[in-house]
Every structure is written in C-alpha cells, then in structure tokens.
Design a protein around this ligand. Structure first.
Ligand code: ADP
Ligand code: MG
Length: 271
C-alpha cells in the first residue's frame, strides 16, 4: 500500500501542543502522473473530530495515507503530532470501508493481530483485545468467525482492531459507506459515544454531507482532483450530540449549507 515516490523531507519542526496533524502545501503526484492533491493546507487539533468531504477521486484517501505515513508528499510537508510520519509506530489506527478481517481467524484473533505484530505478551494482548471488543459492543463475540457476523458487526471488529493499540489518531476511510442506513446510523451514534469517552483525534473521510455534519466538529470541503481545501464549517450541535440532532432544523440547515459549499467546490476543479 505504500508507494515509493521520493518526496520532500517531512519537516521535523515540532508542532504546537494542540495540533495533531499539519499539512502545509502538501501536494501529491503519483508515479503515473496523476495529481491527487494540490497544496493541501490544513491543521487538525488534538482530540478533534474532523471530516474530509469531497467527491470521489478528490484525494481523500491520499490525504489519510499521508497522515499514516503510508505515502509521502511530492512537495510540501505533513507533520503528525511532532514526529515525522515516516517513523511509523502505533500512534495511528486505520479503518477502511472493507473490514479486511482474516476469515480463518476468530474475532479475538483478528483484533489481537496488531498487538501480536508488536510482540506483546499473549495474556496482555488477550485482555486488551477483549477490552476493545467490549468498547464496540462485541464482548460476547470473541470466539466467533467473521463469516458469522453481519456487515455492521464486521465493521465493529475492524474498529476494535484499530483501537486495540490505543492510537492517538484514528483515520476512517468511508467506513460505513457499504452499510444499510439503519446500521450506519447506529454505528454513527456508537462512534460518537466512543469519541466522547476516548477523545482521540478522528479524521473521517466521507462523501456524505449528512454523515459529515452529523458526526464532526468540523467539516472540511475539498475540491475535485487535485484536491485542496475549498471551505470549512464548524458544526454547531448540542453536546452530547444525540439522535434528536439528526431530525433537528439546525442539522437540516447546516446540511444545506455544506451541500451548497460542496456544489461550489465542484465548480473549482481543474479536471
Ligand atoms: P478519494 O479517496 O477522494 O476517492 P484517492 O485519494 O483515492 O481519492 O485518489 C485520488 C486520485 O489519485 C484518483 O484519481 C486516483 O485514481 C489516483 N490514485 C490513487 N492512488 C493512486 C496510486 N497509488 N497510483 C496512481 N494513482 C492513484
Ligand atoms: Mg477514497
């Protein structure tokens, strides 16, 4: 999944204490000449829940891979919580649209995998994996196999696996896009409850206006490829944000505003 593009050196300068991720003029041109990102400028605060919203192909996944250190910017810099992203480590959890579970392994073994790779002792890893499963509501499913789970439950396992290393930053790439609406809404609520209790930095990629406004503190609207920031919205919502927000006039108004910004942004693309 990583690519070999030799990029500008990632800046080693330390970030302000409240900044988790900083993009500065971060552009990405792939080896085949496709320019995915054009000079992305963005700060993400520690503990913030941010959505990147934009049309398919605008570079959202590319931006997440830059944060994860799986790819390097062609120019500009991407800094993650004071350390060079290339250093890797366990500071980041990644959740994809596909749960990517090992079918031959139990739920517990799937969730324990990152700890096994980090060579954590079995008993410790076991108890952490069980804690992570409990957090996503699957305490009773440790011993079942992925084929016995619904799509929503597989996604919960994937989320537990991302949380098991206790990462500072959780990257989520259209995690609920393949789920039915009821399951999606439930996972939205559970994700927010998790975020309220864990207060991790979450960077959530979606092309759904409704999902971005429902979940995030801030919505970053991107232009079509090559992606850059077109507009930003701070979502105003009651705290804690509960299901009632979804049917409120304020939510509808903010969705309209973000939709309009997205439509404007799509007029700004160069391709
Ligand atoms: P999004 O997640 O917003 O749909 P991506 O970041 O996946 O967008 O992709 C942005 C653009 O870069 C697309 O045109 C895509 O085809 C291209 N792209 C993505 N990954 C690669 C790659 N590894 N090599 C070449 N082009 C790529
Ligand atoms: Mg994508």
């Amino acid at each position: 999944m990583s690519d070999s593009t030799a990029g500008a050196a990632v800046s080693e300068a330390s970030l302000p204490a409240d900044v988790a991720v900083r993009f500065r003029e971060a552009a990405k041109i792939y080896d085949n000449g496709v320019q995915a990102l054009a000079a992305l400028d963005l700060d993400i605060r520690r503990g913030e829940f941010v959505s990147l919203l934009g049309p398919s192909g605008c570079g959202k996944s590319t931006a997440l891979r830059l944060i994860a250190g799986l790819s390097r910017p062609s120019s500009g810099t991407v800094q993650v919580a004071g350390r060079p992203v290339a250093a890797g480590g366990r500071a980041i959890g990644f959740v994809f649209q596909e749960p990517t579970l090992m079918p031959w392994a139990s739920v517990l073994d799937n969730v324990r995998l990152p700890l096994r790779l980090a060579r954590m002792a079995r008993a410790d890893a076991d108890s952490r994996a069980r804690d992570a499963l409990a957090r996503v509501g699957l305490a009773d499913f440790a011993d079942v196999y992925p084929r016995e789970l619904s799509g929503g439950m597989k996604m919960r396992v994937s989320l537990a696996r991302a949380l098991v290393t206790d990462p500072d930053i959780l990257l989520m790439d259209e995690p609920f896009a393949a789920l039915d609406e009821i399951t999606r809404f439930r996972l939205n609520n559970d994700l927010m409850a998790l975020w309220r209790s864990l207060r991790k930095t979450v960077v959530f990629v979606t092309h759904s206006v409704f999902e971005s406004v429902y979940l995030s503190q801030r919505v970053v609207v991107m232009t079509p490829r090559p992606g850059r920031v077109s507009a930003e919205f701070r979502v105003v919502a009651p705290e804690p944000r509960l299901e009632a927000f979804r049917t409120s006039a304020s939510y509808a108004a903010q969705c309209r505003e973000v939709s309009a910004a997205l439509a404007r942004a799509s007029g700004e693309g160069t391709t």
